[in-house]
Design a protein around this ligand. Structure first.
Ligand code: PMP
Length: 364
């Protein structure tokens, strides 16, 4: 060997491709490709961010004590059982880093979030992909994938990129069917967008079970994607193992302060949630009207909708047409989803604009 050799499993990783914000010819268009908050950020969070921005010479609090206390108080949780990360992406990686390695298997669903496969391969473990049921998580299919080598099951609920949601009894059945040594990671990046009071019971499972980790983020509902703040909640032994490998200072002082203020701004949170529920329902209804052209909205409980194209106009053609009309959405052929477009619920104007453009593209 005359040069450093990357581990073979690292070279099997397909690089993560983020949602785009400009076109090939450099035009900036409405970005509906990364499920960000179309209403921006809470003004209180913005002010807290600005107030902290001057303190550059000190490291942030490595334990994020104030932030963890604020999260615990807002959610009725035990602060000692919270771990934070540079986005929930980091927490998802920490789970794989602490609980899987070469020879182990890690399950996720087909059409799952791309980071699960990267986190799995990064530690030399093998991804095992459970088939979906019409884009939704199929608990029986997941359980059928479990072997003696399984160490982790990653489930996003709601799921990205499909928006589908597994209800509380389904998650309970999944957990009950897993051997106790398998870590169930319930990724709640979009859980705040679930209709009404419905919840998947994940936090209660994380409170009482020794093998459940719930991950959450400030990137979506709280409008703080730029600041990269996510967190996880689980049994003390799980959290303690992950703390051993995390980066000591992975979130900034300004970000921590912004997140604390964002938690307190319940008006902004409620407004965001109401906006999303209203326009998600409107968007799905409008797509249903394009059923004759072969368009179908997969039922979503998230802040985006997966539109499947089963008629003459393909998802690729619609993707390009929307780009020409000024909207970047997410087309995921690399994830085996060449037939669909994942479209973030934007402002009212953007949401109406996407539908108008789609009508034009399919000739409705
Ligand atoms: N989980 C899911 C399902 C996601 O869609 C995302 C964002 N794309 C994340 C986790 C990570 O979000 P963040 O790192 O910004 O917290």
């Amino acid at each position: 060997m005359n040069k450093p050799a990357p581990k073979p499993w690292i070279m099997d990783i397909a690089p993560y491709i983020p949602g785009r914000s400009t076109t090939d010819d450099g035009r900036t268009v409405a970005k509906l490709s990364s499920n960000e908050n179309p209403l921006g950020t809470s003004p209180a969070a913005r002010a807290a961010f600005a107030a902290a921005a001057g303190k550059l010479e000190r490291y942030p609090d490595a334990s994020a004590t104030e932030l963890r206390d604020a999260i615990a108080a807002a959610n009725g949780l035990d602060a000692a059982r919270i771990i934070y990360g540079n986005g929930s992406d980091e927490v998802l990686h920490l789970a794989a880093g602490a609980f899987a390695g070469p020879g182990d298997e890690v399950i996720h669903v087909r059409y799952g979030f791309a980071v699960y496969e990267i986190a799995t391969r990064r530690v030399g473990a093998t991804p095992v992909i459970a088939p979906d049921r019409d884009y939704a998580t199929d608990v029986d299919a997941v359980l059928a994938c479990v072997t003696d080598a399984t160490r982790i099951v990653y489930i996003a609920n709601p799921n990205n990129p499909t928006g589908t949601y597994a209800a509380r009894d389904e998650i309970a059945r999944l957990h009950a069917g897993l051997p106790p040594h398998v870590l169930l990671v319930l990724d709640h990046a979009y859980a705040e967008y679930i209709d009404g009071a419905a919840a998947d019971g994940g936090m209660e499972l994380a409170e009482r079970a020794s093998n459940v980790l719930v991950t959450r983020t400030f990137s979506k509902l709280y409008g703080l994607a730029a600041e990269r703040i996510g967190w996880g909640y689980g049994a003390p032994e799980l959290i303690e193992a992950m703390h051993r490998i995390r980066l000591p200072f992975s979130i900034t002082i300004a970000g921590q302060n912004a997140a604390i203020a964002a938690l307190a701004d319940t008006d902004f949170v409620t407004h965001t949630r109401d906006h999303n529920a209203r326009w998600r329902a409107w968007f799905a209804d409008e797509i249903a009207k394009l059923g004759n052209a072969g368009l179908r909205a997969v039922p979503s409980q998230a802040n985006f909708v997966l539109v499947v194209f089963e008629g003459a106009v393909t998802a690729e053609v619609a993707y390009k047409g929307l780009m020409d009309a000024g909207y970047i959405v997410r087309w995921l052929p690399g994830q085996g989803l060449a037939q669909g477009l994942r479209i973030t619920i934007g402002t009212e104007e953007e949401t109406r604009g996407v539908i108008a453009a789609l009508r034009g593209i399919v000739g409705a």
